[in-house]
Design a protein around this ligand. Structure first.
Ligand SMILES: NC(=O)c1ccc[n+]([C@@H]2O[C@H](COP(=O)([O-])OP(=O)(O)OC[C@H]3O[C@@H](n4cnc5c(N)ncnc54)[C@H](OP(=O)(O)O)[C@@H]3O)[C@@H](O)[C@H]2O)c1
Length: 334
């Protein structure tokens, strides 16, 4: 058993775009579990856009990460030692122990995973975890897709967007993605099966999205905001639904950008509603079963971008904020 625990701490809060200097790798002794506790060994660490928000101290729906503490994050862990009656050595659990090799837990918030159903086990951080539920719940609850409608999703090759478009197809919709670069767009169409994908890095974005959506847009699953949102906003149909999921284009902005044209929301009687996945999660108890079945039947493809080694986490996370990840980003730790 290792005796050293590598931890990546939040060293300082970024004023704008974060850099590697905001993180610090330290080594501490592996902690000892006491009665009622387990020692967890991290197998996979999830890296997600929301972590950028946790690096800042401003008001949000969740408390910020603490400076000097390991960065927060979802994990898949193996129980390395147990003094807890509910867990045995070797159990695999979903956990939230952040950017470190080892952590002690009293069991709160741990969910045992069945490696036969969650296979590969890293899917617990993607399709069969928070991003998959975000896609499922946000699309079904707010998008309410109906056969024949056009569903557009931004960040379409990523952890959430890749599932949104495939679910839209399973619901009989036209699925159109917006993604960064020809390689991602090709993947979205050829592998994921979307009807079209528009590269947001080219010119005339609005015209190209309009071409891909000849009947306008009925559902927009908003993952990015910024230029993509401004380009497609006028293409939204009467009674369209906008699932406001994320605004990654503005996560590094020190001050809010001028907002979208909310008058359009009024005139076209659109529904725009933000959501937090943890609040909708309980409403969809069958979601992971359906997602797992569709995955194993090949009806859903799911791309993972797995980086080897905890020490790579800062670099990989910073890359995610620049679009360098291709699929659900995770770190193989143990
Ligand atoms: N509301 C909720 O409960 C909830 C839950 C989970 C995730 N989210 C949000 O959902 C969105 C997608 O998350 P994810 O986990 O699926 O991430 P992801 O798509 O796997 O990775 C992020 C992607 O965002 C795009 N991006 C990054 N910086 C950008 C910029 N400045 N402008 C435009 N696009 C940019 C890049 O894709 P391209 O290269 O294709 O542009 C990048 O690959 C995020 O906004 C996230 O905050 C919300």
């Amino acid at each position: 058993m290792a005796t050293t625990n590598r931890q990546i701490l939040l060293k300082s809060r970024p004023a704008a775009a974060p850099t590697a200097a905001n993180f610090e790798l330290v080594e501490t002794p592996v902690p000892e579990p006491r009665d009622g506790e387990v020692l967890l060994r991290t197998l996979y660490l999830s890296l997600d856009p929301y972590m950028r928000g946790r690096m800042s101290a401003g008001p949000s729906y969740a408390a910020p990460a603490e400076v000097g503490q390991p960065m927060v994050g979802g994990t898949v862990s193996e129980v390395a030692a147990s003094r807890h009656p509910g867990f045995a050595k070797g159990d695999i659990v979903s956990s939230y122990v952040g950017w470190q090799d080892y952590a002690v837990s009293n069991g709160a918030g741990l969910t045992k995973l069945d490696p036969k159903m969650v296979k590969p086990i890293s899917l617990a951080l993607g399709l069969l975890g928070m991003p998959g539920m975000t896609a499922y719940a946000g699309l079904m609850e707010i998008g309410q897709p109906k056969p024949g409608e056009t569903v557009v999703v931004s960040a379409a090759s990523g952890a959430v967007g890749s599932v949104v478009g495939q679910l839209a197809k399973l619901k009989g919709c036209r699925a159109v993605g917006v993604a960064g670069g020809p390689e991602k767009c090709k993947f979205v169409v050829d592998t994921l099966g979307f009807d079209a994908c528009v590269d947001h890095k080219g010119d005339n974005l609005r015209e190209r999205i309009a071409e891909a959506c000849p009947k306008g847009i009925d559902v927009y699953f908003e993952n990015v905001g910024g230029a993509t949102q401004r380009a497609l906003w006028p293409l939204l149909n009467n009674f369209s639904r906008v699932a406001v999921c994320g605004m990654i284009a503005s996560y590094n902005d020190p001050a809010p950008q001028p907002g979208p044209d909310l008058r359009t929301v009024l005139v076209k009687r659109m529904t725009v509603r933000g959501f937090i996945v943890t609040e909708l999660w309980p409403k969809y108890p069958n979601a992971f079963g359906e997602l797992a079945d569709w995955y194993h039947q090949g009806k859903i493809k799911y791309r993972e971008d797995v980086v080897e080694g905890l020490e790579k986490a800062p670099e990989a996370f910073l890359g995610l904020l620049q679009g360098k990840n291709f699929g659900k980003l995770a770190v193989k730790v143990g």
